[in-house]
Write a protein that binds this ligand. Structure first.
Ligand code: FRU
Length: 538
């Protein structure tokens, strides 16, 4: 009996120490993981290497972008005193190449009339506004005043349009005493004025989002605005409110034909949930925009009655730069790299959100219709340093392409080509030792590009963030598939088929991704050409 007792005691001791051992091991593993995570500061892990972020505080839409005397100006919706959306200011940054940005002091502050919502800015080279002094060309900003007190007291009308001018290169602005220049006719969502000089009809135009329509105004002096027409009833995506429009003429690539392009951001109602930007191609007679019939047919054949500038979840409220000189001649665009579904809770504390890379837009005739093509601006290639290049890589299962010892995968431009695509498709994978994985690629069977961030790292901050794989139908009929991938610490920008299909998404790995591999179900899958460039910003 005594023996039995001691045997049981020994057994209990053995089992307990085994269990304790296991617990210790788990604890140790966990500690190691925590140590690894903790050894990165927020700056190290998540501050982008080259995408614009404010030094501190909240940021959303890009605003008032114009070019003058060698500088690209970028303003942005900004709350400097908090890391969630709040009283809106216009932050300011400048760049000589749209890649490296210098943050400037805040340009426009909210006042007793309200928060300073999104809008645009132009250089008034002919002093149409009369704000010039001592021969200085004035810069005119137009924005929406959002009256927060009115909103809090439950009023429907909270938004009016106002202007301000700058005589010091866009650093500070004086608000016009005649504000508002456009009163609210009784519409709840009435905002985001985008001005453009119409050199064809020789007048200033302005497009404004009003509910789920766009209103077109014209002016000769930038102070008095005449409503010309509206657009949007029964056309395009209407899954949410229309915001941040842009409107400009473009020459169709390789022809003399001019078409007008209307960008309209919509929230929610995007192709992969939440915020996104759709576009329309048509004609403008100086008063009214008419969608091109073949483009309208195209829209009606899509699921959301929309064609999107970007099918990823993180490119919103983007607009184009004003006053790009004819000698440059490009249409240049930048968007906010987030989505209202989770923008306020992404896992950074010091700042929140980044902008996309600046992109060049082209308009192309595709069959009898039109498509915009977006590409990263060529200035980005000036930062190329170390290069890895292979003419042909055979993919067997999951095949490593490169790791971060050879090229930093958080400051990278990748160009690849798949020749004569016919089998099942491929998935690129960015991974780290923690097992975080960002997958993206193309499924040939259903002709879908995809980005899968479901296991990309930190995702639990929002239910919406990792609830799906984002997809985009391939529209190009080319046998070869070209792609450009732009990688930063927390973002991927995918430009497929020369920018006919774009996908931009953000992610937050627990530690940096350190390996890039490619997987294919095909027995013989060849990447015909791949070039990985490290982008160097030091
Ligand atoms: C778009 C938007 C705009 C508005 C701004 C406010 O993201 O909702 O319509 O002007 O943000 O910050």
């Amino acid at each position: 009996m005594k023996n039995l007792k001691s045997i049981i005691l020994i057994l209990i001791t053995m089992v307990t120490s085994f269990l304790i051992g296991c617990k210790d091991k788990n604890q140790n593993d966990q500690n190691e993981a925590q140590v690894a995570v903790k050894s990165y500061s927020e700056e190290d892990l998540y501050r982008p290497n080259f995408h614009f972020t404010p030094k501190k505080g909240w940021m959303n839409d890009p605003n008032g972008m114009f070019y003058k005397d060698g500088y690209f100006h970028l303003y942005f919706q900004h709350y400097p005193d908090g890391n969630t959306w709040g009283p809106m200011h216009w932050g300011h940054a400048i760049s000589t190449d749209m890649v490296t940005w210098k943050e400037m002091p805040i340009a426009i502050y909210p006042d007793e009339k309200g928060y300073i919502f999104s809008g645009s800015a132009i250089v008034d080279v002919n002093n149409n506004s009369g704000f010039s002094k001592d021969g200085i060309e004035p810069i005119i900003a137009m924005f929406t005043y959002h009256d927060m007190d009115a909103e809090k007291s439950g009023k429907l009308v909270t938004q009016t349009q106002a202007i301000a001018y700058s005589l010091d290169e866009g650093q500070t602005f004086t608000k016009y005493e005649g504000n508002p220049v456009i009163k609210n006719p009784g519409i709840k969502d009435f905002r985001d004025p985008k001005m453009v000089w119409d050199s064809i009809h020789e007048k200033w135009l302005m497009v404004l989002a009003a509910g789920q329509k766009i209103m077109f105004y014209s002016s000769s002096n930038l102070k008095d605005w005449k409503l010309e027409s509206d657009f949007g009833d029964g056309i395009g995506g209407h899954g949410g409110v229309w915001e941040c429009p842009d409107f400009f003429p473009m020459v169709v690539q390789g022809t003399d034909e001019i078409k007008w392009v209307l960008l309209v951001s919509i929230n929610p109602g995007g192709p992969n949930s939440g915020s996104a930007t759709q576009y329309f191609v048509g004609d403008f007679d100086g008063k009214q925009f008419k969608i091109d019939p073949s483009f309208e047919d195209d829209l009606n054949s899509t699921e959301h009655k929309s064609i999107w500038i970007d099918y990823g979840r993180d490119n919103y409220a983007g607009v184009t730069w004003a006053n790009i000189p004819d000698s440059n001649g490009r249409k240049l665009f930048m968007g906010w790299m987030s989505n209202w579904e989770y923008a306020n809770v992404v896992p950074t504390e010091t700042w929140r959100s980044a902008m996309t890379v600046a992109r060049q837009i082209e308009l192309q005739k595709v069959n009898s219709s039109y498509r915009l093509l977006f590409q990263p601006v060529k200035e980005l290639t000036n930062y190329r340093s170390t290069k890895f290049k292979k003419e042909s890589i055979a993919i067997n299962g999951d095949t490593k392409i490169i790791d971060s010892k050879a090229i930093d995968l958080a400051s990278t431009e990748i160009n690849f080509k798949i020749s004569d695509l016919k089998n099942s498709g491929f998935a690129f994978k960015l991974t780290n030792k923690q097992g975080d994985t960002l997958a993206f690629g193309y499924n040939h069977s259903d002709k879908n590009f995809f980005v899968d961030r479901r296991k990309s790292g930190k995702t639990e901050f929002s239910e919406k963030f990792a609830d799906r794989v984002s997809i985009a139908k391939r529209t190009s009929l080319n046998a070869d598939l070209h792609g450009t991938i732009i990688l930063d610490k927390t973002s991927i920008e995918l430009f497929f088929d020369n920018g006919e299909t774009v996908m931009t998404e953000i992610f937050f790995p627990n530690t940096p991704y350190d390996k890039l591999s490619v997987e294919s179900k095909d027995k013989e899958f060849i990447i015909a050409n791949i070039e990985v460039n490290k982008l160097n910003f030091n």
